[in-house]
Design a protein around this ligand. Structure first.
Ligand code: 13P
Ligand code: SF4
Length: 331
C-alpha cells in the first residue's frame, strides 16, 4: 500500500513539537508543506524566534547549520544534507590561504575584516567570527559591508566573488578577486575569494539581449550572485525576497525576465514572468529534497530515532555564532 506523504506529513506536524522550514528554492510540493518559508536571512531570523525544540530544515546544509549555530539547544534535522556548490568551494584552510595572501602582500592580519556570505560552512563562519568579522546574506550585504568599512580595515569577502564585486561596484568601491589577474590587496577595498554559484552563472548577456529584442519594454531582474556584467546590464538586482517584492510590485501587464533559481521564478507570478535563460536553472542540491525525504525525517522523530541530525562542535558554534549574531544585530 502506498503512503499518502502529504497526509502523513500533516499528521506528524500536528503531533510533534516540530517546525518545518523551507527555502524558496525548494520543489513546490515540499515548499507547500513548510510552516516557515523565506530567503536565507528571513529563515535565520524566523528560526531564532521560533519556539519548537525540533526543526526540520528543507534547504541546503549551511542553512540547517546556521539554525544550529544560532539556537544550539534546538535539534535540527535535514531531509537531505545537500551541500550548496558555492559553500563547498571554501573550507578553513582556503580561508587561511586567503588571509595569508593579503598578509604576504602587505596587509597585516589585524587590518583585515572578513565577511562571509551565509553560503559557507560553519567552520568558515567560525574563522570569520574569531577575526571579528560578520556573516552577510544577499539581502543585507550592502549594510554589512558598509558597517565593516567603518572599522577602516580591508574587507576580505568570501566565498562569492560575484556578490563581493557587485556590492563593491554599487558602493563605488575598488574590488579584486584573488587568483584573477592582478589582485593587489593594498589597492582594493574589497578582496574577494574566487567562489561562485554555478546556477547563477547560467544567465548570459545573450539571454538579456534575446528578451529585450523580443519585448523591448521588458524588465530584467537578477540575483546578485550573477556575474557583474549581468547585474550591470539588468534593470534590478536583489536577493530572493527583494526579487519577489520587485516582481509583485510591477504592473500586472509589465513583462519581466528573472535571473535566479527556476523553482522560485516559476512560482512567482503567472503570465508576464519569464525565466531569463534558455536552460532550466534549477539548483541541483536544493532540488534533492523530496516529499518522501520530508516524511521519513518527521517519522524518525516520532520513532525516537532521528535521522540526518546537524551536529556542530562547541568551538565552531561559539565563533560562528559571533559572526552570525553580529549580522543579526544590524537591522
Ligand atoms: P537568498 O539569500 O536570496 O535566499 O539566497 C540564497 C541562495 O543560495 C541563492 O542562491
Ligand atoms: Fe548554492 Fe547556488 Fe544553489 Fe544557491 S543556487 S544554494 S548559491 S548552488
Amino acid at each position: 500500500m502506498s503512503i499518502d506523504y502529504r497526509a502523513e506529513i500533516e499528521r506528524l506536524k500536528e503531533k510533534l513539537p516540530v517546525t518545518v522550514v523551507g527555502h524558496y528554492y525548494q520543489r513546490d510540493e515540499v515548499f507547500e508543506m513548510a510552516d516557515i518559508t523565506g530567503d536565507s536571512l528571513e529563515l535565520a531570523r524566523k528560526c531564532k524566534a521560533d519556539n519548537n525544540p525540533w526543526v526540520v530544515f528543507c534547504g541546503v546544509g549551511f542553512m540547517g547549520q546556521s539554525v544550529k549555530v544560532i539556537a544550539p539547544e534546538k535539534r535540527v534535522l535535514m531531509p537531505k544534507i545537500a551541500c550548496c556548490a558555492m559553500a563547498r568551494m571554501i573550507d578553513g584552510s582556503y580561508f587561511d590561504d586567503s588571509v595569508n595572501y593579503m598578509v604576504e602582500r602587505g596587509v597585516p592580519k589585524e587590518n583585515i575584516l572578513p565577511i562571509t556570505y551565509i553560503n559557507s560552512d560553519a567552520t568558515v563562519k567560525a574563522k570569520v567570527g574569531e577575526m571579528g568579522g560578520m556573516v552577510c546574506t544577499s539581502s543585507n550585504a550592502y549594510k554589512i559591508i558598509e558597517k565593516g568599512l567603518e572599522s577602516g580595515k580591508k574587507i576580505l569577502f568570501v566565498p562569492d566573488r560575484c556578490l563581493g564585486q557587485n556590492f563593491a561596484n554599487s558602493m563605488g568601491l575598488n574590488s579584486c578577486v584573488i587568483g584573477e589577474g592582478e589582485c593587489d590587496p593594498k589597492e582594493a577595498d574589497v578582496i574577494c575569494f574566487n567562489g561562485f554559484c554555478s546556477v547563477h552563472q547560467l544567465f548570459t548577456l545573450e539571454d538579456i539581449e534575446f528578451y529585450r529584442e523580443k519585448y523591448p519594454d521588458i524588465k530584467i531582474a537578477v540575483h546578485p550572485e550573477c556575474d557583474p556584467k549581468i547585474v550591470e546590464a539588468a534593470d534590478f538586482a536583489g536577493s530572493t525576497s527583494q526579487l519577489i517584492k520587485y516582481v509583485n510590485d510591477l504592473d500586472p501587464e509589465q513583462k519581466v525576465a528573472v535571473g535566479t533559481e527556476y523553482n522560485l521564478v516559476n512560482r512567482m507570478r503567472q503570465g508576464n514572468t519569464y525565466v531569463l535563460s534558455s536552460t532550466k536553472p534549477e539548483c541541483p542540491t536544493m532540488n534533492e529534497t523530496t516529499l518522501e525525504d520530508l516524511y521519513l525525517t518527521l517519522k524518525s522523530i516520532e520513532d525516537g530515532a532521528p535521522i540526518n541530525e546537524i551536529v556542530v562542535d562547541e568551538h565552531t558554534v561559539k565563533y560562528a555564532n559571533l559572526a552570525l549574531e553580529r549580522m543579526l544585530a544590524i537591522k
